[in-house]
Design a protein. Structure first.
Lengths: 253, 230
């Protein structure tokens, strides 16, 4: 297990290992997302209060959960890079930022689409909405910081420090926004996550879609990381061998 | 050099603070510009939003806090920029004294230079923005505990971007999200006091954040400076 983990730290082995895992992961994701979405969006009975609107939650809830998970993941890989100087860890952390930002944006957009028929407004300064918006700002800051550096190495270390500062601050921000919101207005009671109120035909598809979206996230992350590996290792022998191999293959075909 | 390394920690901190203050008073722009920014920006709000005193008293604490926060952010440039350009930042990183305390001393002097004048003028502007008298003490206490946090967090952002040629707006994108808790609790103290609720709990939270910031942020500043200086 440990050996396997260490091997993933080498860009070349990460590339060849993920080459083997990717088709499997893709098939599982397609099956999970396909069943979950078809089931949840077309076959599950409508909610007695929210009608058809609640189906947005099948996309919204996994996205909102992943948005936070992705930040934690980015911070872990940043720490891994700072402590052990694992290059792949930085490449993964770099891939996390734009994916996390898009996921957060999707979570906010689906949330406001859900809000207009349910709450009657696109946006309220609810604690969850506000802290998700702030998380989007943190992602954007990390992307902006990395793009400002010319040297890959300095940019990587600076982003790692900023991610760690952000991860210490995130709970404080979350807490302060929660407190701020309870001062100014009553918290909106989102009972969607309350599974006890929901029958199995509602939450089983949600489970499928949730893992499907997680799979999609991992695929996107791995593909971005592989691109980054090829870009940074383009002078290495194994990359030019790989390119030559591909060219030969397409020559035969 | 030998003699220098035997200097006690206290005298090193005093020497650092004295150097920073001397530099600031030789180029008074570092002291005056954040203050002038604060004064002018606060003046813009009644001009843009209307001088109705009921409206102004509603936004007074928010305006003063947001303007202070922006003034501190813009003032951060003077904390490391000149030192980076003339090489004294490298000397600081190589000095035999613990970097942690040197950085704390630097941030402390920056607070004295850029924040203290704003703090002194803040109550005047609170009155001009029609803030009720009950809100003024919590405003000052909040600023007293909160502005050092803003300086410490701003120093992290500045240390990360000091090596880049143009860092002004990037700095804003990096550190403004981190400023949110201080803003929330600072304005919260004032509105709690205006509703005649106790605000000491919030002040204690602000103090806790200050302690956390003092403990951790010099480490992040040091790591960031090492990256920027290379």
């Amino acid at each position: 297990m440990w050996q396997w983990f260490l091997q993933l730290g080498s860009p070349r082995l990460f590339y060849s290992k993920t080459d083997r895992y990717l088709p499997w992961l893709s098939w599982i994701t397609v099956i999970l997302l396909g069943t979950g979405l078809a089931w949840g969006l077309a076959f599950t009975p409508p909610d007695y209060q929210m009608g058809e609107n609640y189906r947005i939650a099948y996309i919204h809830v996994p996205m909102a959960t992943l948005a936070m998970g992705c930040y934690a993941m980015m911070a872990c890989f940043s720490a891994g890079y700072l402590i052990w100087k694992i290059k792949v860890a930085d490449m993964i952390a770099k891939a996390c930022a734009p994916i996390g930002a898009s996921i957060t944006a999707v979570a906010l957009a689906t949330g406001s689409l859900w809000g207009i028929p349910t709450w009657g407004t696109w946006w309220i300064w609810d604690a969850r909405l506000t802290s998700t918006l702030i998380m989007l700002f943190l992602y954007v800051g990390i992307i902006a910081l990395r793009s400002a550096f010319d040297s890959i190495d300095s940019g990587a270390r600076a982003c790692a420090v900023l991610s760690l500062v952000g991860v210490v601050n995130l709970p404080i921000i979350k807490y302060s926004v929660d407190w701020w919101n309870t001062l100014h207005q009553g918290a909106s009671n989102l009972s969607l996550s309350d599974t006890a109120a929901n029958p199995p035909e509602v939450w089983i598809p949600a489970f499928f879609v949730g893992f499907g979206i997680l799979g999609f996230f991992l695929i996107a992350l791995i593909l971005r990381t592989r691109n980054e590996i090829l870009l940074r290792e383009r002078r290495a022998q194994w990359v030019s061998d790989l390119v030559e191999g591909n060219q030969k293959e397409s020559g035969h075909a | 050099m030998m003699n220098n390394s035997r200097m006690g920690l206290g005298s090193v901190i005093v020497a650092t603070v004295r150097r920073e203050l001397l530099l600031a008073f030789r180029s008074p722009g570092d002291v005056i510009n954040p203050l002038m920014f604060f004064i002018i920006a606060v003046t813009l709000f009644p001009l843009g939003g209307g001088a109705d005193s009921a409206f102004l008293s509603g936004i007074a604490s928010g305006v003063i806090w947001v303007t202070t926060l922006l003034a501190i952010m813009f003032s951060m440039e003077s904390l490391f920029r000149a030192d980076y350009e003339d090489g004294s930042l490298e000397q600081l990183l190589m000095s035999p004294q613990p970097l942690y305390f040197l950085l704390l001393a630097k941030v402390l002097s920056h607070w004295l230079i850029a924040c203290l004048p704003i703090l002194i003028l803040a109550p005047v502007f609170a009155v001009m923005l029609a803030m009720p008298a009950a809100g003024i003490l919590p405003l000052i206490l909040g600023l007293l505990a909160g502005t050092p946090i803003l300086c410490l967090l701003g120093a992290i952002g500045m240390a990360l971007t000091v090596g880049l040629s143009r860092s002004g707006l990037l700095l804003a994108v990096l550190i403004l999200p981190l400023y949110i808790p201080v803003l929330v609790f600072g304005t919260g103290m004032v509105s709690a006091a205006l509703d005649s609720l106790p605000y000491t709990g919030l002040l204690a939270l602000m103090g806790a954040m200050l302690v956390l910031a003092i403990c951790l942020s010099p480490l992040a500043i040091a790591a960031a400076l090492r990256i920027s200086v290379n």
